[in-house]
Write a protein that binds this ligand. Sequence first.
Ligand code: BGC
Length: 446
Amino acid sequence: MHLPSSSAFGKDFLWGVAVAAAQNEGAWNIDGRGSSIWDVFARRQGKIKGGAKPTENCDFYHRYKDDLMLVKALGFNVFRFSFSWSRIFPEGTGKVNKEGVAFYHRMIDECLQLGLTPFATLYHWDLPQALQKEGGWASVHMQKWFARYATFCAEEFGDKVKHWIILNEPMGFTSLGYMLGKHAPGKTGLEHFFPAIHNAVIAQAEGGRIVRKHVPKAIIGTSFSCSEVMPYSNKREDVEAAKRLDILLNRLFIEPTLGRNYPNEDFPLIDKLHLKTKAWRYTERMQFDFDFIGLQNYFSVTVKHNALIPYIQASEVTAKTRKVPHTSLGWEINPDSFYRLLKRYWNYGGVKSIIVSENGACFKDTLKNGSVHDQERIDYFKQYLAAVYKAKQEGVKINGYLAWTLMDNFEWSEGFNARFGLIHVDFNTQLRTIKDSGYWWRDFLL
Ligand code: BGC
């Protein structure tokens, strides 16, 4: 695949970087911010590699002016960030924290002054702990809490922010946080997972309706993680295992959003289980006509049948085992599979446009003599951008690409050692060093 110059993507193409409040802001216990589930989860022993805590992170809360200048200097025209719900509503609902709101106004104003389009995510995984105490995403009250929060943000920031993402990767936070216990709030089991899915599907569509109502000329999307799932062999049992995982990773959230029911037909077990828990009741409220869907891709997966794995009966055959290219987290690098996914989502019908709202890679970077030579990351971006270009050329309406991520940050349960940034951060001194990949982006865009 061939990567032309950035101008070949069109003059209105959105080029951005993405960050998230819990991963970048720091300032976790000042100016009235309440606790989030990640503050609490990180204190539990053994949950985060190296015992890291998301306390200071990159201190974006205080350094946002310098950091936004870097976004600009690297040539981007979009800055995607998320609101920290517990900075705005320390108790999740009820009283508003004015200092938190003022911070977002200052930061958004700075974006506008620099000519960066602010692109806001309402929910990027940091639920207020006060709401988790009441059940969090597994509680039916979630829809009411989320509607209140979304309404406030839309009314408060809607005259300045026109681009909105309602949820960041609902499959990510419901599966890792409410089924596998690997992310905050650390819950496990179907009794948490199924209701969390259903509440997220509805909250996502309701969030869309709320922003539509309060923000004139809003461009509204929501983001889905996606990973092509391939069977390890042509054996029927492997092919069926891949189909089951594909439902969970790629279809579960988008299909109800597009006005269909949950994809039950290829996964009878799921159907049986959800009927038993009565967690999923079809309702038209699950559907919303988003202006774009945000696709986020980090790896493809190859699986084989494994009867020992509950429900899904599939296990991954890793990229390392298959000796195919992968990042330092072992995630398979496969731009062809990303190209196929872009076409597949477009071909659903009903998708108005696509923005690649996150894509990026983690490598073992070393800072030496003031430089980070991350050629692997440059190669990664070149290949993935070429895949985007090819799909676009073939008619897929892709309006933007947001790289993950501006700078090394708190990578959830991986702590501070999984570095995805275009800018290196020394977490002891907060010194920023632009990596070779950051300079590559500047040359590509400017
Ligand atoms: C999330 C980011 C995360 C990235 C890399 C995405 O799923 O939205 O918050 O840092 O993956 O793991």
